[in-house]
Ligand binder design. Structure first.
Ligand code: UFG
Length: 326
């Protein structure tokens, strides 16, 4: 079978690097653009890495004139919700305006289709759970709005210029490469599982548990943790769906199962054999009580089947990566 060539923007970051790994394992040709502002060259396990900002029109014109791509994956973005509230301009520029530059370049060079990293943050405070794609979008912060604006641009470009796309709304990406070659590493790190594991390994102070008075069974927030390798497999199915004539669309990616922060902490303790050093803190502003995906549309339309549905296994992989990485 003829192999394809894919462009992965932000392929040195947490989720992008797991997609690059999966594409390489399928013997696809991969070109990665990453400015390494958040990602790391060592996370790119294969392909050709170009260290550059992606929102440079001249650079994109040269790239698209010199190389054929069978599809583009776009992961590069700013992701810290609290920072987006304090510095919204940074988010609208990096997440929204930069993506417009990419879309226009793709349109003018007839490059496509595009798979875009969106987020459950577009939904805001849920009106019902599990959340399906029909749920109204009402993001609570500039981060969520910067991603939702891109979804609107994608739909408008699809109707005006017939540019095909899939936007994938991730719930809580978690876990690591089962062989512990790559994993989660953000700076600053704001995510629960790495912070809990790094508190255990002594790399960080005790975990602050944000809020014990939510309207949930144990009072702590409920989230839907989905293994990063399962996110990667959904991207590959999405691009094949589009290249095989499938329609553009938006899909949730989650496990359909919610775990409370307390349950995550208990699982981390079970997996590592050590208690998570813990302090109790007030609610973190902007955290919805419960976010659980209804991801049945991705399963039905793309044929997606997550492989790692057990939180123990997700945290085992994250722990192996933490140990390999410290
Ligand atoms: N939490 C703590 N202590 C911490 C970190 C997190 O108690 O030190 C709690 C949070 O309050 C939340 C849960 O753990 O209840 C999960 O928090 P994360 O920061 O790991 O993940 P979020 O659900 O906040 O973030 C995810 C994505 C974001 C996205 C957001 C949308 O990672 O990119 O969902 O709500 F914007």
């Amino acid at each position: 079978m003829k192999k394809s060539t894919f462009l992965v923007i932000g392929g040195a970051g947490y989720i992008g690097s797991h997609l690059v790994k999966a594409l390489i394992e399928q013997q696809e040709q991969v070109v990665i653009i990453d400015n390494l502002s958040a990602g790391s060259a060592s996370a790119v396990l294969g392909g050709e890495l170009i260290v550059h900002d992606f929102d440079d029109r001249e650079f994109l014109d040269n790239l698209f004139s010199s190389k054929h791509f069978d599809g583009v994956f776009h992961f590069a973005s700013q992701i810290v919700v609290s920072e987006s509230v304090k510095d919204p301009g940074k988010y609208y520029r990096a997440n929204t305006a930069a993506t417009l530059t990419l879309l226009e370049a793709m349109r003018d060079h007839k490059v496509g289709p595009l798979v875009f990293s969106s987020t459950a943050a577009v939904y805001g405070e849920p009106l019902y759970t599990p959340i399906d794609e029909q749920h109204p979008t009402n993001p609570l912060n500039p981060y969520g709005r910067s991603k939702l604006m891109v979804e609107h641009m994608l739909a408008d470009f699809a109707s005006a210029y017939n540019q095909k796309y899939i936007a994938l709304r991730y719930f809580n990406a978690a876990g690591a490469d089962p062989q512990a070659r790559i994993g989660e590493s953000h700076d600053p790190e704001t995510h629960l599982i790495p912070l809990a594991l790094q508190a255990i390994s002594g790399k960080r102070p005790p975990l602050q548990l944000f809020g014990q008075d939510y309207a949930t069974p144990d009072g702590t927030c409920i989230r839907d943790y989905i293994h990063v390798d399962d996110l990667a497999s959904a991207h590959i199915l999405a691009i094949h769906h589009l290249n095989n004539g499938g329609a553009s669309g938006i899909f949730n990616l989650g496990s359909n199962h919610g775990y409370s922060v307390n349950e995550v902490i208990q699982t981390a303790a079970r997996v590592t054999g050590k208690d998570v050093p813990l302090t109790y803190a007030p609610r973190r502003p902007g955290d919805p009580a419960s976010l659980v995906a209804d991801a049945s549309l991705a399963k039905k339309t793309l044929g997606w089947q997550p492989k790692y549905t057990d939180l123990n296994q997700i945290i085992e992989h994250a722990w192996a990566w933490e140990q390999a990485n410290s």
